[in-house]
Design a protein around this ligand. Structure first.
Ligand SMILES: Nc1ncnc2c1ncn2[C@@H]1O[C@H](COP(=O)(O)OP(=O)(O)OP(=O)(O)O)[C@@H](O)[C@H]1O
Ligand SMILES: [Mg+2]
Length: 350
């Protein structure tokens, strides 16, 4: 039997990406197609290495070829990725494909923990990831990754001196905490925030990144507004705990990303500290902080809930000891990271 390229592409045009609602051929995901006698080889370029549907799509391609051409063909599929570039208003940081801010209205709801978890999971999936700690009042990223004592060195790139981020297991970290002493009180005014932020964006040797995650300070005041107005964001993730008091603050955070001139798409809501299951009573689920608030926001702003994390005692211990990456719990961030990158892809082709 002789097979030609058009037959293969026709067969694969029956495989649809369920998020993007188009077929893989139209989406230009099928590349490097080679046909030799009874063997077909091609690559599927996903929009992210963290694609939760990798296996499903590979199986769907095999099924399509078996069904529309023949079951008697050797099919060799390489599942790879070419990270999609999110829509952004500004050309600042052109080597960074997607910039995602993690914010909340309220303090202590888990922004830093979730920023670190997302960065870790995306990096483990094979993406190039940076994590910028924009919490200028209370930087936590150095503590979470156990690098409080790290010293920033300089690189010279195209004749310009740039600060080298701290690399922890492939994740590029930068924080004001690397530059100031922990007990130094810094009073930040609007213009200082803007100039510090410029340093974080243009004065750091980020290199090429698929995703830059930004851990924002809590609140929706002037500082936060200056940050979100000046960052070239692809989108935002809003973290909240379930109770009504926290949700009222999260609503203000959602609204801040929506104001004219900012207009950043909210990629998803994360409900943190959703419930507690005691280790010695795995059948029990206590909703310590109530429930339902985040779902209300989801309906109100038409934004998906991309994850719900239980209260886990080990998160606190691992974070305090700077072992967030080695935590046995790190996989709990997989769903959030996967849904976030799906949402980025969906927004990118809108
Ligand atoms: N799901 C969880 N289970 C248990 N503890 C958690 C969970 N999420 C976060 N924590 C803990 O709650 C505390 C606050 O978390 P984190 O620092 O991530 O919040 P934040 O929103 O960044 O705070 P801030 O507003 O001060 O920046 C930390 O001690 C963290 O370890
Ligand atoms: Mg924080």
């Amino acid at each position: 039997m002789t097979i030609n390229k058009n037959q293969v592409l026709e067969a694969l045009s029956h495989v649809e990406d369920p998020d993007l609602k188009k077929d893989l051929v139209t989406l230009n995901m099928i590349r490097d197609l080679v046909i030799e006698d009874n063997r077909i080889a091609f690559s599927v370029y996903l929009t992210t290495p963290a694609c939760p549907m990798k296996e499903m799509l590979e199986n769907a391609c095999r099924t399509a070829i078996a069904h529309f051409i023949s079951a008697d063909i050797n099919v060799d599929i390489k599942m790879t990725s070419d990270v999609i570039i999110g829509k952004r208003k500004s050309e600042v940081m052109p080597n960074v494909k997607n910039i995602i801010a993690v914010g909340s209205g309220k303090g202590g709801v888990g922004k830093s923990t979730i920023s670190a978890g997302i960065a870790a999971l995306l990096s483990q999936s094979g993406a190039k990831v940076g994590l910028m700690d924009a919490d200028i009042y209370g930087p936590s990223i150095p503590i979470l990754f156990g690098v409080e004592d790290a010293i920033i060195e300089m690189d010279v790139v195209d004749g310009k001196e740039l600060m080298r981020p701290i690399n922890v297991e492939g994740i590029q970290l930068f924080s004001i905490g690397f530059l100031s002493k922990p007990n130094e009180a810094v009073v930040w005014r609007g213009p200082m925030v803007s100039s510090a932020l410029k340093q974080f964006m243009n004065g750091v040797n980020w290199g090429e990144l698929d995703y830059l995650i930004i851990d924002l300070p809590p609140g929706t005041g002037d500082v936060q507004l200056t940050l979100v107005q000046n960052l070239p964001l692809t989108g935002a993730v809003i973290v909240s705990t379930p109770q009504k008091m926290a949700v009222a603050d999260a609503r203000r955070a959602c609204a801040m990303f929506k104001i004219a001139g900012v207009d950043v798409p909210i990629m998803g809501l994360v409900e943190n500290m959703s419930y507690f299951t005691p280790p010695d009573a795995p059948e029990k689920k206590y909703e310590i902080f109530g429930s339902g608030g985040v779902d209300l926001l989801s309906t109100e702003f038409e934004v998906p809930v991309i994850g719900r994390l239980p209260i886990q005692m080990s998160i606190v211990a691992d974070s305090d000891q700077g072992k967030i990456l080695n935590s046995g719990n790190i996989r709990i961030f997989a769903e959030i990271a996967g849904k976030l990158v799906q949402q980025i892809a969906i927004e990118s082709i809108k």
